[in-house]
Design a protein around this ligand. Structure first.
Ligand code: TPP
Length: 374
C-alpha cells in the first residue's frame, strides 16, 4: 500500500504546495493526511469539485506551480466545464494534478450510484484527452509522480491519477474537531420522521442520511414508499424535492439535506426560496459541520449562518435548533407553516459502525415513490 506521508512528500518535493478538493471515502486517508499537514491557507476543501479546478487555475496563474485537486469520480462531472473550457490546452493550458477516487471500478462490488460512473471513468478521461495513470497499492509512487508532473508541466495541461480502492495505507485524522450537541444525524433523522404525517413526502440527501432514513423505516416496520433516496447527485437534493413540490402542491415535501450538500450547489437556495407559489416546501439541513459520510472532513457549515442565508434567499420561515424539545417545537412550526420553510438542525458528526445500506434497488424505490405520490 502507498504510505500517505510518502505520497505527500512526493508531491511537495516536486513543487506542489497548494491542495484543494472535495473529500472521498476512498481517498479519506490521504485527505486526512493533507488536512493535518498542509497549512490551513494552502488547503481548501471547496464547495464543489468545479470550484477546486477554479482554485487550481488561479493558483497556477499566480504562482506558476501546479496544485493537487482531489475528488471522488462522482464529482468529475462538476469539473468538466472548467477543465474543458478553461484549463484545457485548447484554451489556456493550465497544468494541475487530479487525484480521482475510482468508486465503482468494473469488477469491484459497489453501490448502484457508483456503477455507471465507475464504468465510464476511464472513457471520460480519454474523451476529454486528459492523460492519466491508474494507481493502486503496488504503484511505484516516484515513477508515477515523475511521469504525471513532467507531463502536466511540459504539455501544459491537467493530468489525472485514477486511484483504485485500498491504495493508501490507513491514516487517522489527528486534527478532529468534535462538537457537543445532544443529537447526531441519525437521532435528528428519527426525530424528523417521527413528526411527519401519513401523506408527507421525504427527499433525503446523499451519503449516510439516506441510509439512516432507510434503516429507520425498517426499524419502524414501514415501507420505503415515502422516501426518495438521493443516493447520487450530491447537492441536488433540494432541486429534486422542489421538482416534486411544484407538482404536488397539496402535499408537504420535506427535503432532508446535509451541510456539505447544500454548500455544493448553494445557488439553488435562491431559486427554491423565491418560488412564491409554493406553500409546501420544507427544507431541513442536518448540519454536522462535516462531510461525515466520507471521513468527517470539515465543511464551513458551523461558520456560516444558514437561516440568515435562507431568509435572504426568500424562504418565508428560517430557523435553527439543536436541543431535542426545541427541534420538536420548530419542526411542528415548520409543518404548519404555509410557505418555503427552512430549518437547520445542528448535530454531532459520527455514525454507527453497523449502519446498513438500502436493500431495495433504486428502481424499486422509484416505483414505490411514484405510486405514493399518486
Ligand atoms: C459530486 C460529489 N462529490 C463528492 C461525493 C462524495 N460524497 C458523498 S457523501 C459526501 C458528504 C456529504 O456531506 P454532507 O452533505 O454534509 O452530509 P454528511 O455526510 O455530513 O451527513 C461526499 C463528499 C459525491 N457523492 N458526489
Amino acid at each position: 500500500m502507498i504510505n500517505t506521508s510518502k505520497f505527500y512528500t512526493g508531491l511537495t518535493s516536486r513543487g506542489i504546495s497548494f491542495f484543494t478538493g472535495v473529500p472521498d471515502s476512498l481517498l479519506k486517508d490521504i485527505c486526512a493526511y493533507i488536512s493535518d499537514n498542509v497549512p490551513e491557507e494552502r488547503h481548501i476543501i471547496s464547495a464543489n469539485e468545479g470550484a477546486s479546478i477554479g482554485l487550481a487555475v488561479g493558483n497556477y496563474l499566480a504562482s506558476g506551480n501546479l496544485s493537487l485537486v482531489y475528488m471522488q469520480n462522482s464529482g468529475f462531472g462538476n469539473t468538466v466545464n472548467p477543465l474543458l473550457s478553461i484549463a484545457d490546452d485548447d484554451v489556456y493550458g493550465i497544468p494541475m494534478l487530479l487525484l480521482i477516487g475510482w468508486r465503482g471500478e468494473p469488477g469491484i462490488k459497489d453501490e448502484p450510484q457508483h456503477v455507471k460512473q465507475g464504468k465510464v471513468s476511464e472513457e471520460l478521461l480519454i474523451a476529454m484527452k486528459i492523460p492519466y495513470q491508474i494507481i493502486d497499492a503496488n504503484s511505484d509512487i516516484d515513477v508515477v509522480l515523475d511521469e504525471a508532473i513532467n507531463t502536466a508541466m511540459s504539455e501544459m495541461k491537467p493530468y489525472a491519477l485514477l486511484v483504485r480502492k485500498n491504495t493508501f495505507e490507513k491514516y487517522k485524522l489527528q486534527n478532529d474537531q468534535a462538537s457537543s450537541f445532544p443529537l447526531d444525524r441519525e437521532g435528528a433523522v428519527k426525530l424528523i420522521i417521527d413528526q411527519l404525517n401519513e401523506k408527507d413526502i421525504v427527499v433525503s440527501t446523499t451519503g449516510k442520511t439516506s441510509r439512516e432514513v432507510f434503516e429507520y423505516r425498517e426499524e419502524l416496520n414501514q415501507s420505503h414508499e415515502k422516501d426518495f433516496l438521493t443516493v447520487g447527485a450530491m447537492g441536488h437534493t433540494s432541486s429534486i424535492a422542489m421538482g416534486v413540490a411544484i407538482e404536488k402542491k397539496d402535499r408537504n415535501v420535506f427535503c432532508l439535506d446535509g451541510d456539505g450538500s447544500v454548500l455544493m450547489h448553494m445557488g439553488s437556495l435562491a431559486i427554491n426560496g423565491l418560488r412564491k407559489d409554493l406553500q409546501n416546501f420544507k427544507h431541513i439541513v442536518i448540519n454536522n459541520g462535516a462531510h461525515d459520510s466520507v471521513g468527517g472532513q470539515p465543511t464551513v457549515g458551523f461558520e456560516i449562518d444558514f437561516p440568515k442565508i435562507a431568509e435572504s434567499c426568500g424562504y418565508t420561515l428560517a430557523d435553527t435548533a439543536s436541543e431535542v424539545d426545541e427541534i420538536i417545537v420548530k419542526l411542528n412550526k415548520m409543518i404548519n407553516h404555509k410557505g418555503r420553510a427552512f430549518l437547520e438542525l445542528k448535530v454531532n458528526k459520527g455514525a454507527r459502525e453497523n449502519l446498513g445500506r438500502p436493500t431495495t434497488t433504486p428502481k424499486e424505490n422509484k416505483k414505490a415513490f411514484k405510486q405514493f405520490l399518486k
